[in-house]
Design a protein around this ligand. Sequence first.
Ligand code: PLP
Length: 391
Amino acid sequence: MATAARRVASFGTTIFTEINVLAQQHNALNLGQGRPDFDTPPDIIAQLVAALQAGQYNQYAPGPGTPSLRRAVAAHAARFYGLEIDPERGVIVTAGATEGIFAAVLGLVDPGDEVIVIEPFYDSYVPNILMAGATPVYVPLHPPQWTFDPAELRAAFTPKTRALILNTPHNPCGRVFSREELACIAELCIEHDVTVIADEVYEHLIFDDARHIPIATLPGMFERTVTVSSSGKAFSATGWKIGWVYGHPDLVDGVARAHQFITFAVHHPTQEAIAYALSLPDSYYRGLKELYEHKRQLLLQALDAAGLPYRVPEGTYFVLADFSPVFNGTPLEFARYLISEIGVAGIPPETFYCPEHSHIGSKYLRFSFCKNDETLLQAGERLAKLAIRRR
Ligand SMILES: Cc1ncc(COP(=O)(O)O)c(C=O)c1O
């Protein structure tokens, strides 16, 4: 009987599936998956409806993406970061950032190469690296500040290192890497001639005075970085799965070669709507920041009431909360307990680490605050029971 290929045989079901199923069974408030439970702004939806009815966008889009969206991605990079991107040869539109990262790994990394991954990592990175026949090399962020040790980072570079995947703002830690941290990564990548795959899907979810700095803007980095982002987080449209990769045409060429044989082209009308969305005025992006600062506050208040310490996230819509004051066990055990006894779901971060490093995240659970205020307030009431039980 035919069985799964060796390439995928070790891949389990993602933790998100298990938590979603459990949350449903127990009718828990789901603060697990980073999936907004509110809708995409109506004007962006109206653009999609108009594109669907325009009679010209319902057949295959150009493989690299529609000219309108490629121009919008380039204009957005110029407007927010001062980057000069060639919309013709420097942008590829993909099926979400997920495909963008996969196409970047397949298109820029050879079998036998090593790829540095910062832990905790987004769950598709390692399977992508393995499917490309390369080897992941892990560098952990250390709590409670969730920073990397520059000596550990330096030690991860070898003559085989081909690429480093960098996620800032960082899921699940909520870190926005500082210029000093980025300069340290950049210096090592330049010294070892390494490509950076920069996953910046949370680029517009930054709070207070934090500033998102794309590593591509650092001296000497543009020509060795491909930047991946998507419309899911910035426009509360995770279901639309429109992402993009941009950078120096020589690197984007590698990504394009892989992309053409993965999806070839992605959903056409949606690209028109996202071209509109990316061009929204600054007031849209300010409103998004304010919306999420408020939601972050609601979740942090809930964690305070529950007696769970955390580091205040300066970006993304996630918080890693330390459950050790209220529970003795693994994150998965705590997640199951929290769902069945308290009625709130969060994500245990074990699967965001290699087995040797999973102890680093062993007292944390990830909560997301991309939820209606009502859901966050109710979650606060339920989580407060943790503090009462502790007394
Ligand atoms: C760090 C990170 N990268 C990539 C993605 C995937 O983005 P998309 O939905 O655009 O494929 C996510 C989604 O949660 C994410 O958190």
